[in-house]
Ligand binder design. Structure first.
Ligand code: PLP
Length: 354
């Protein structure tokens, strides 16, 4: 036991579905995008190259959501993933502070850009501001993600304001990955501000359009988009134009779409959290995003057994810098969550989890 699968990364699980598999793996919303997103799309006009920075109507629509901004403050990217990649590559050296556990792509994106990740360990799933203050000295940037993948926790507004203050004083950039900003169960989103803030966001989660690959970055400092455009010109060039049309349409959908989604996610959160508690797991109640992060005594064995013997995909906490946890996404309908939890209960008879 323990060595039956290549569990060096989530690669073997991403995109896997069908054949009765229940996947608590990828953070891929199963809900439909707003109806408006695909209405009136004319593929023929999108068969050309587009602006590297992104189509103007989409950037203008985004500018209306960011105070004191214009279209020049944005670059439209192939998902939040490309935005992050381009930001770090534009710098190419220096340290980046990462709260740990982290989204599993952060350390590779940072190191592939030639930068060095350094870590501040979360305490009870939240940033310890004293440790943050110590570790951030000498860094070029800090990358935060609230609500968090994988913990499902949100940072308090006080902590976010303190991060603004500390980094502004030291002239350190804050990259705020807000892909889950519309999915907070506890309060409104707090948009971190300042000259050195770079916000990264995406249409993947809020509008359930992961496969279309549209995201963006925003900075009040127009030099950042300019530097990013220099790289993107020679790499992916423009972001998918059909996707940008869909994103613009999605933004025009009634805000009720987002409210309705939140209600569904909250119901699923309540269901899965209650089920795990009943099974006796030690875990936090998710406050945002759609992830749950229970502690597990034998995570590798459990993840393997669940997949090979029960057709259930779960992710190892070690991919997120937390080896004593497993991570589950609850982007599944209630029926599948119930079925999946039943299988988890069965697998617990074979592997000691606590
Ligand atoms: C925290 C976080 N950032 C970025 C991404 C990537 O998003 P996108 O599909 O926009 O590239 C994900 C995807 O799961 C994520 O969880």
């Amino acid at each position: 036991m323990g060595k039956r699968l290549d569990l060096s990364s989530p690669a073997m699980f991403i995109g896997r579905q069908g054949n009765g598999v229940i996947s608590f793996g990828s953070g891929q919303p199963d809900l439909p995008p707003p109806r408006e997103a695909i209405e009136g799309i004319d593929i023929r006009k999108d068969l050309r190259y587009g602006l590297i920075q992104g189509e103007l109507p989409l950037r203008e629509a985004l500018a209306r959501e960011y105070p004191a901004s214009t279209a020049k403050n944005f670059v439209i990217t192939n998902g939040a993933s490309e935005a992050l990649d381009l930001i770090f590559r534009a710098w190419g050296k220096g340290k980046v502070l990462l709260p740990r556990p982290y989204y599993y792509s952060y350390p590779p994106i940072i190191t592939m850009a030639g930068m060095e990740p350094v870590y501040t360990d979360l305490v009870d799933g939240r940033i310890d501001i004293d440790d943050f203050r110590k570790k951030v000295e000498g860094c070029r940037a800090v990358l935060i993600n609230s609500p968090s993948n994988p913990t499902g926790r949100i940072e308090s507004i006080d902590t976010l304001k303190e991060i603004e203050k500390i980094t502004a004083k030291l002239g350190i950039y804050v990259i705020s990955d807000e892909v889950y900003k519309d999915l907070i169960y506890e309060r409104e989103n707090y948009q971190i501000k300042g000259e050195h803030v770079i916000t990264v966001n995406s249409f993947s989660k809020t509008y359930a359009m992961c496969g279309v690959r549209v995201g963006y970055l925003w900075s009040s400092d127009q030099k950042i988009p300019e530097e990013i455009i220099k790289i993107k010109t020679h790499t992916s060039m423009n972001t998918n134009l059909v996707g940008q049309d869909m994103a613009l349409n999605a933004m025009a959908a009634p805000k009720q779409y987002i409210k309705d989604q939140q209600r569904i996610w909250r119901e699923r959160r309540d269901l899965i959290y209650k089920s795990f508690r009943e099974l006796g797991f030690d875990l936090w109640e998710p406050e945002g995003a759609f992830y749950i992060f229970p502690k597990c005594l034998n995570p590798r064995e459990f993840v393997e057994t669940l997949y090979l013997e029960h057709n259930v995909i779960t992710y190892l906490g070690e991919w997120f810098g937390a080896p004593s946890h497993i991570r589950l996404s609850y982007a599944l309908d209630a029926e599948e969550i119930v079925e999946g939890m039943g299988r988890i209960k069965e697998a617990m008879k074979k592997v000691r989890c606590m």
